[in-house]
Design a protein around this ligand. Structure first.
Ligand SMILES: [Zn+2]
Ligand SMILES: [Zn+2]
Length: 381
C-alpha cells in the first residue's frame, strides 16, 4: 500500500470516530508527506466529510487564532522591537486528547498541538508585523495563555554603562526600596521597586525609565561612597541593567541634574562578569583628638611601603595598597590627606582604626576621625 493510500485509510478510520479540524487532522500526517500546511492537507483528507461537532482535540482553538493574534498585537503596541519569541499555555485536557489519538493510531514524529498553535501564531504575527521570530534570544517574548485568553510580555533587559559626578554633599548613592514591596516592584511603585528618586541610583533610574521604559533597574557600582562624599574628576563608573524595557534604542548624551552629572553613557552587551580592579584618589579631612605632631605627619609617607590589612568579622582578611600619600596640616587638630589607593579600602575604618592595620589612629597614637572624604577620581585598570 502506498504512503498516500495508507494515510487516507488511517485518516478515514480516525474521522469515523472523532471529528477533527483541518489543522489537527493535517498535523497527524503532514510530516510524513513533507508538507508545510497542516490546514490544506487536512482539508484534502476531509474532502468527502462534513464536520458535525467541534474538533475532538482542540475544540476549534484554531478557528480562534485571530483573537490571539490581536492579543499579541495589542499587548506589544507600545514596544519597539525587531525579534520576538512565543510560548503558549494550553489546557491540559487538549494535550491529553492529542496524546491519546497519537498513541491510539501510532502517529509518531509529529508536532504536538501546542507546537502547531505556536507555529500558526508565529506565521500570522510575522505576516502582520514583519517582525522576525527568534527562539534563542528574542527581544520580546509573548506568553499566550489560551486557557484564560491572556497575553504576558517580557522583554530582554538592556545594560548601560556610564560615570557619574556628584558635586553636592548629602546625596546617597543608593535608593531605598519601595516600602510596600521591598524592591520587587508593585502597583504602588509603578513596578519600579523604588518610589523615590533622590539618590544617585534614583536619578539615573528615573532618566532611563523615561528613555527606555522598563520596570526595575539593577546597578553594579565600581566602588561606593558616603552620603557626604563628593565624587569628582571623571566620576564613578557604574553599570545598570534595565529590566523589561519597551524601547531598545535611545539617544544617550551627557546629562546634568542638580548636583549629579552623567557622562559616557552607552548601551553595552552585558555588564562585566568579574569585579573590575580600580584605584581611587581620595581626599580625606581628618580630625585628631590630640594636637598634630609633625613627626607623625611624616610617618604617613610610609603607608605606601606596606599593604593595609583589613580583617572582617567573618574571619576573612584582605589587603589594599596605597600608592601615593600627600598631606597638609589645616589647623592644630585637622589635617587633609590625599591618597591614591586600591578600590575598596574602607576609609572611615582606616582613619578610626578597628581591625585594620596600619591605621591612622594607631599611627598618631590618638583617636582620629574622617570628617569627610571625597573622591577626586576613580581610575579603572
Ligand atoms: Zn483541532
Ligand atoms: Zn513597590
Amino acid at each position: 500500500m502506498s504512503n498516500i493510500s495508507q494515510i487516507t485509510s488511517i485518516s478515514k478510520q480516525i474521522l469515523k470516530k472523532y471529528d477533527l479540524c483541518d489543522h489537527c487532522l493535517g498535523r497527524f500526517f503532514s510530516k510524513q508527506l513533507n508538507l508545510s500546511s497542516n490546514k490544506s492537507l487536512g482539508k484534502k483528507l476531509k474532502i468527502d466529510y462534513i464536520s458535525k461537532n467541534k474538533c475532538y482535540v482542540c475544540k476549534n482553538l484554531f478557528h480562534n487564532l485571530d483573537h490571539f493574534l490581536n492579543l499579541m498585537l495589542d499587548s506589544s503596541s507600545n514596544y519597539v522591537f525587531k525579534t520576538y519569541g512565543v510560548g503558549a499555555i494550553i489546557k491540559p485536557s487538549i494535550v491529553d486528547r492529542d496524546d491519546f489519538l497519537r498513541s491510539k493510531y501510532k502517529l509518531k514524529g509529529i508536532d504536538s498541538v501546542k507546537t502547531d498553535i505556536t507555529k500558526e501564531l508565529i506565521k500570522l504575527f510575522t505576516k502582520k508585523t514583519k517582525k522576525v521570530m527568534d527562539s534563542l534570544d528574542p527581544e520580546i517574548t509573548f506568553t499566550l495563555n489560551l486557557k484564560d485568553e491572556s497575553c504576558q510580555l517580557r522583554t530582554k533587559s538592556i545594560t548601560i554603562s556610564g560615570r557619574y559626578v556628584k558635586s553636592k554633599r548629602g546625596i546617597p548613592q543608593k535608593q531605598k526600596s519601595c516600602d510596600n514591596c521591598f524592591g520587587k516592584g508593585c502597583r504602588m511603585c509603578d513596578f519600579h521597586g523604588i518610589s523615590e528618586f533622590q539618590s544617585v541610583e534614583g536619578i539615573i533610574s528615573k532618566l532611563f525609565f523615561k528613555k527606555f521604559g522598563g520596570t526595575t533597574t539593577k546597578f553594579s557600582w565600581i566602588g561606593g561612597e558616603d552620603n557626604s562624599s563628593l565624587v569628582l574628576g571623571g566620576g564613578r563608573p557604574f553599570f545598570v541593567k534595565i529590566k523589561n524595557p519597551s524601547k531598545r534604542k535611545s539617544i544617550l548624551s551627557d546629562e546634568n541634574f542638580d548636583f549629579i552629572s552623567l557622562f559616557n553613557l552607552k548601551v553595552i552587551d552585558t555588564s562585566p562578569k568579574k569585579p573590575l580592579n580600580f584605584n581611587s584618589i581620595i581626599k580625606i579631612k581628618i580630625f585628631t583628638t590630640s594636637q598634630i605632631d609633625s613627626k607623625n605627619l611624616k610617618k604617613l609617607k610610609d603607608l605606601t611601603s606596606t599593604p593595609i590589612v583589613i580583617y572582617e568579622k567573618s574571619g576573612k582578611r584582605f589587603e589594599k595598597k596605597i600608592f601615593d600619600v600627600k598631606y597638609k596640616k589645616n589647623s592644630k587638630n585637622v589635617f587633609t590627606m590625599t591618597i591614591t589607593a586600591e578600590g575598596g579600602l574602607p576609609i572611615k575604618r582606616f582613619i578610626a582604626g578597628g581591625d585594620i592595620s596600619p591605621n591612622i589612629s594607631t599611627l598618631f597614637d590618638t583617636p582620629c576621625m574622617a570628617q569627610e572624604f571625597d573622591f577626586l577620581d576613580i581610575i579603572v585598570e
